[in-house]
Design a protein around this ligand. Structure first.
Ligand code: ATP
Ligand code: PRP
Ligand code: MG
Length: 384
């Protein structure tokens, strides 16, 4: 139980929240959040002309975020790693601010940033379900991990393999709760409660949580997992139903900013279109092949008879003209299709099976659709 944990105390500013006693910086942060929040609570966002995008200043998300933007032709001009403000020359009214991922979320809530990129886990933990946060793109395709509960493989946990088993263990009582070490002090308690574990206490640390059970500090940990190596090396295991959430990098915005700053919405549209165009193209190849045929329609029929050759909107088929005995004829047709990378070899086999030859495969850089579904979803979530 939260209240019985000596390491946590009621936050003086948000009485429904508990904060680690040692983390007075968190309380300071609550104060500054309150001050900024006061500015926006009555519906107005702070006055400024530039749109602010928060990007991770360091840690495992930082380099991949810059790489993604570069791939979208949105390179960040950042001369010095210790300088926390930067520009994206392609987006003239946008300022980039480098911040720790958790501060990106806090500053979106306080109105000091309009847009940000962070892990979904961080958005969920520090956003605490605040309705002002809106996920603009939920799958930026890096930073994959999941937040999961893990317990020792040994001792009293040897035969415990699910959350249900864990909840039914007779050991956990009001006086002797299940001790969980986690940095996720909002999601952790919420998850345990939702899973019927009522006798739980939490402790927190900034890293190397996997050591806590062996050190006798905790019975279980709730932390991020990607390869699973850290758990394995520390004799811990995940259990059925123990995944709190799955995470990857996301583009997140403040609803208020998007509604009240017209240019924030326009800039978000452009960033979203570029992200979608790049991410859609990344999974595809362009495949070109020649095929003998009597007409474009007849070739199309053959191509469309194969399950992996329909492309994005059906194949493009154009006649290949050659001069024979002074006569121009088109016995061959060139077909162009987009093929998912995973289905490349299958597609080549199917092309050959219907008489395709000279198959050329090239990378695809961008796919701009007429309108991205995510843009429509965003507008409807904003009530626009
Ligand atoms: N194996 C992993 N462990 C932790 N984070 C991961 C992992 N794989 C992907 N991530 C993502 O990277 C983010 C962690 O980035 P970073 O290392 O900058 O944060 P941090 O160490 O939690 O931050 P801070 O140092 O400010 O406490 C996570 O929030 C998550 O979205
Ligand atoms: O499943 P894996 O691939 O082994 O990754 C999981 C580990 O990585 C992270 O720690 P990090 O490397 O950030 O070190 P820290 O615990 O000191 O923060 C996370 O907190 C886990 O400990
Ligand atoms: Mg870390």
């Amino acid at each position: 139980m939260l209240a019985s944990n000596p390491n946590l105390t009621k936050c003086p500013f948000f009485p429904t929240r508990y904060v680690p006693i040692s983390r007075s910086f968190h309380i300071t942060c609550c104060v500054s959040q309150l001050q900024s929040a006061a500015e926006v609570v009555n519906g107005r966002v702070p006055e400024r002309n530039e749109i602010r995008l928060g990007l991770p200043s360091k840690g495992r998300m930082a380099a991949d975020t810059l790489d993604l933007l570069k791939d979208c032709q949105l390179s960040v001009k950042h001369v010095n790693p210790r300088q926390y403000v930067a520009q994206i020359p392609q987006l003239s009214d946008l300022e980039v601010w480098f911040q720790r991922p958790k501060d990106i979320v806090r500053k979106l809530l306080s109105g000091d940033l309009d847009l940000g990129i962070a892990g979904f886990d961080t958005v969920s933990e520090y956003g605490q379900g605040n309705e002002d946060l809106i996920i603009v793109h939920d799958a930026l395709d890096y930073g994959d991990c999941h937040l999961s509960l893990a317990i020792p493989k040994y001792g009293i946990f040897e035969n415990i393999n699910s959350m249900k088993d864990l909840a039914q263990m007779p050991q956990w009582t009001e006086e002797k709760p299940l001790r969980v070490a986690t940095g996720f002090t909002y999601l952790g308690p919420k998850f345990m409660k939702e899973n019927g574990l009522n006798h739980v206490s939490f402790s927190t640390a900034d890293g190397a949580l996997e050591a806590a059970p062996a050190m006798g500090i905790a019975d279980a940990i709730l932390d991020l997992v990607s390869s699973g190596i850290t758990l394995k090396e520390n004799n811990l295991k995940e259990i059925e139903g123990g995944v709190v959430l799955r995470s990857q990098a996301v583009l997140v915005a403040s609803k208020r900013s998007l509604i009240q700053r017209k240019s924030a919405l326009d800039t978000t549209h452009e960033i979203l279109e570029r992200l979608e165009a790049h991410l859609r193209a990344e999974g595809q190849f362009t495949v070109t092949a020649n095929m003998r045929g009597s007409s474009a329609e007849e070739v199309a029929e053959r191509v469309l008879s194969q399950p992996s050759l329909s492309g994005l909107q059906g194949p493009t088929i154009s006649p290949v003209f050659c001069k024979r005995d002074g006569q121009i004829s088109s016995d061959y047709y060139a077909i162009v299709i987009c093929v998912p990378k995973k289905a490349l070899y299958k597609s080549v086999q199917q092309l050959r099976a219907i008489g395709g030859s000279g198959v050329l495969v090239s990378p695809l850089t961008y796919i701009f659709d007429e309108e991205t579904p995510r843009w429509r979803e965003l507008l409807s979530a904003l009530g626009l």
